[in-house]
Design a protein around this ligand. Structure first.
Ligand SMILES: [Zn+2]
Length: 437
């Protein structure tokens, strides 16, 4: 019912813009579909609905403040209603002149976001104030959006009822369920690996980045910490206030010095070995999630692509060459390699799997040298692909590795390939033995 109140002024607004073409019920249903089902921000949803029914979006009058969770970091003319969660003063130098700025955290019922106020505000601002900010802009810092309130912006104090009370408690989440752009999370996990890297931030400033892998009973995720919390491998930690960013489609749990890290009792959490084989995903889950690290997929190999088996690579760029020529480097002396590029299907979806030389040798039961000989004898390198097909097609497999996602879909780079059922595995061994004779 609170939801209905939230939509009411916008339903009326759309109704006016559409001249009564739709009933209020229909408008509300459309609004819900756009905002709740597809996650479209309210303002865009309103414009889309009006356009869809051939109205003029210019006829919309009720302004929509952007919800904090919808801010992605490249907004101009940004309006929002929010509460000041924290505010601090700081002196910086601009052109050798000291300058006073204010910084802190803004919040609404959807989340919180850091802000910087670059000019002295026209009103006194204090923690807990409810304000309407107009004409601010957002950019990103450490991959996280933040709000800038510059000289063109205005801040007005408004009634506190205009921003619903919000729960600032971070949301508890299993690693399996993390998705890109989530914020203010509460994750408890074991650190199965951690390493320190030096990366160049803005203005070439060197920053320390601690990254590695977290594991809980639901799965695993890479993490990036932009602050030294003195976390060590095998620690069990509870990290409150982190957020999720994706790299090649793989969601990563990220956190910085605004996060709270608590070290927990080691014995109350499963050991690393037990957490190792938990990340079994269906392919449809992976498609929704966008990829995963150290993931396990149980699926059937339904296709082996060309460019599998015995292949030749360009010595310069490692691309697979066709008829002795590299796409970039022309005629080259190709270097032989073995690999499998196949399609795995688990009934919920399909993905591309890449199997490297070592694993392909395992599947074939002989090494690259033998494969070269066999191809020479047959005067055709495709015989190796045929053999790969024989070994893998229609086989239920358990494949483990990192899964990335891009415009072409999901890709699993296999670290381990096992035949799913023991009978099949024995069968396969027998076949391998016959090959060896
Ligand atoms: Zn090349």
């Amino acid at each position: 019912m609170q939801e209905k109140e939230k939509f009411a002024p916008h339903v009326e607004d759309i109704n006016r813009a559409l001249n009564g073409k739709l009933s209020e019920e229909q408008i509300e249903e459309e609004l819900r579909t756009y905002t709740e089902r597809y996650g479209v921000p309210l303002g865009s949803a309103k414009r889309s609905i009006v356009k869809k029914y051939e109205g003029d979006p210019q006829e919309l009058y009720v302004s929509t403040e952007k919800a904090i969770e919808d801010i992605d970091g490249d907004e101009q003319g940004l309006n929002l209603k929010c509460r000041i969660v924290s505010i601090n003063e700081k002196e910086i130098e601009v052109d050798d002149e000291p300058k006073q700025i204010w910084y802190g955290i803004l919040g609404d019922e959807t989340g919180t976001i850091p802000f910087t106020l670059w000019e002295e505000p026209s009103i006194d601002l204090e923690k807990g104030d409810t304000v309407k900010i107009e004409n601010s802009y957002a950019n990103t810092w450490n991959e996280k959006p933040q709000i800038n309130i510059g000289s063109k912006a205005t801040i007005k104090e408004i009634e506190s009822e205009e921003v619903p009370d919000f729960d600032r408690e971070p949301q508890k989440l299993d690693l399996k369920d993390i998705r890109e752009n989530m914020r203010n999370l509460d994750v408890t996990a074991r650190v199965t690996s951690i390493e320190k890297k030096i990366v160049n931030g803005k203005d070439d400033e060197e920053k320390e980045l601690y990254s590695g892998i977290l594991a809980d009973e639901s799965g695993k995720a890479q993490f990036s910490a932009w602050h030294d919390f003195e976390i060590e491998q095998n620690d069990v930690v509870r990290i409150k206030g982190g957020y999720v960013r994706s790299w090649r489609g793989i969601p990563q749990y990220s956190f910085d010095d605004s996060a709270e890290v608590e070290f927990l009792d080691d014995d109350k959490f499963p050991p690393s070995e037990e957490l190792d084989d938990v990340s079994v995903y269906t392919i449809s889950d992976l498609a929704k999630r966008g990829g995963a690290v150290d993931a396990i997929v149980d699926a059937v190999m339904i296709d082996i692509k060309s460019g599998s088996g015995l292949i030749f690579r360009c010595p310069e760029c490692r691309r697979v060459i066709q008829k002795g020529a590299c796409r970039v480097h022309g005629k080259v002396d190709g270097e032989p390699d073995l690999r499998v590029k196949g399609i795995l299907d688990d009934g919920t979806g399909a993905l591309t799997v890449i199997v490297n030389r070592d694993l392909t040798e395992e599947v074939l039961g002989y090494d690259l040298e033998k494969a070269m000989e066999a191809a020479k004898d047959a005067m055709n390198q495709e015989v190796i692909r045929d053999e790969v097909e024989e070994k893998l097609i229609a086989q239920p497999l358990r494949v483990k590795g990192n899964i990335t996602s891009d415009d072409y879909g999901l890709m699993l780079i296999a670290d381990e390939v096992d035949y799913k059922s023991i009978d099949v595995e024995e069968e396969a061994r027998k076949m391998l033995d016959e090959v060896r004779v």
